[in-house]
Design a protein around this ligand. Structure first.
Ligand code: HEM
Ligand code: HEM
Length: 180
């Protein structure tokens, strides 16, 4: 039972901050990598993007399984109902984008003839035929979805800091390494 816990479990914290690190790295790569078009030759940054994307997908799959087995209805009874609903919705949207989004990018990579070989070691199959229209469109949805993710992360982080600095409650502390 987790109802009376006042902090996230260590595994949940590890997974949370690992994903933050990976997603921050991935956005840095996304900003720097060249646009992917019909004749793009995969260079280091593009290969890193595909590889980190697959790693994020794998970690998020582990995290989802963990999360479903360890619900975290932490007590925040003093927060307004709408705020708790918004936080909960944001959390599930993160799972959705980070679990579905990579497949859309992967399909787009395949349609652009970019092989997905995780860190040059683990080759993965193509998800779409070269030039497949649906997969090119999936790439547009992928990029859009990831910008939505970035905006929501901004909101999520601002909310965490607001709770910590203005409300002076335990919201942020319970996700920090030694926090309670
Ligand atoms: C969750 C992890 C991921 C994040 C945060 C992410 C983020 C992004 C962003 C922000 C862009 C737009 C870049 C720009 O327009 O300058 C993009 C494009 C792209 N990403 Fe990802 N990505 C992720 C995972 C993946 C994976 C797993 C693959 C493939 C295996 C992939 C393949 C692509 C491709 C092919 C594009 C170009 C799409 C197009 O313009 O059609 N991404 N990604
Ligand atoms: C890539 C960026 C991020 C993602 C994808 C993300 C995702 C999540 C998710 C899914 C949860 C729900 C708990 C769980 O299922 O493990 C959560 C909780 C939390 N996150 Fe993040 N997060 C990100 C960045 C941040 C940042 C930058 C901060 C702090 C400035 C932060 C602070 C928190 C806090 C305090 C909680 C607990 C909230 C509560 O108990 O209501 N997160 N995050």
């Amino acid at each position: 039972m987790t109802e009376d816990r006042s902090s996230y479990r260590p595994t949940a914290k590890w997974l949370h901050w690992l994903v933050v690190l990976l997603v921050a790295t991935q956005f840095s790569i996304s900003f720097l990598m060249p646009d992917i078009g019909r004749n793009t030759v995969p260079g280091t940054l593009i290969n890193l993007h595909l590889s980190f994307g697959i790693v994020i997908l794998a970690v998020m799959a582990v995290r989802l399984v963990y999360r479903l087995g360890h619900p975290v209805p932490l007590d925040a009874a003093d927060a307004p109902k709408w705020e708790r609903a918004l936080a909960r919705a944001t959390h599930w949207i993160f799972y959705a984008i980070l679990l579905v989004g990579p497949f859309l990018g992967w399909a787009s990579a395949s349609s652009h003839r970019l092989p997905v070989v995780v860190f040059g070691m683990i080759p993965l199959p193509a998800l779409a035929a070269p030039g497949a229209r649906w997969a090119n469109q999936a790439g547009d949805v992928h990029a859009f979805g990831m910008w939505v993710l970035l905006a929501l992360v901004g909101l999520h982080a601002a909310a965490a800091l607001y709770h910590h600095l203005v409300r002076h409650d335990d919201t942020l502390r319970r996700m920090l390494p030694a926090g309670r």
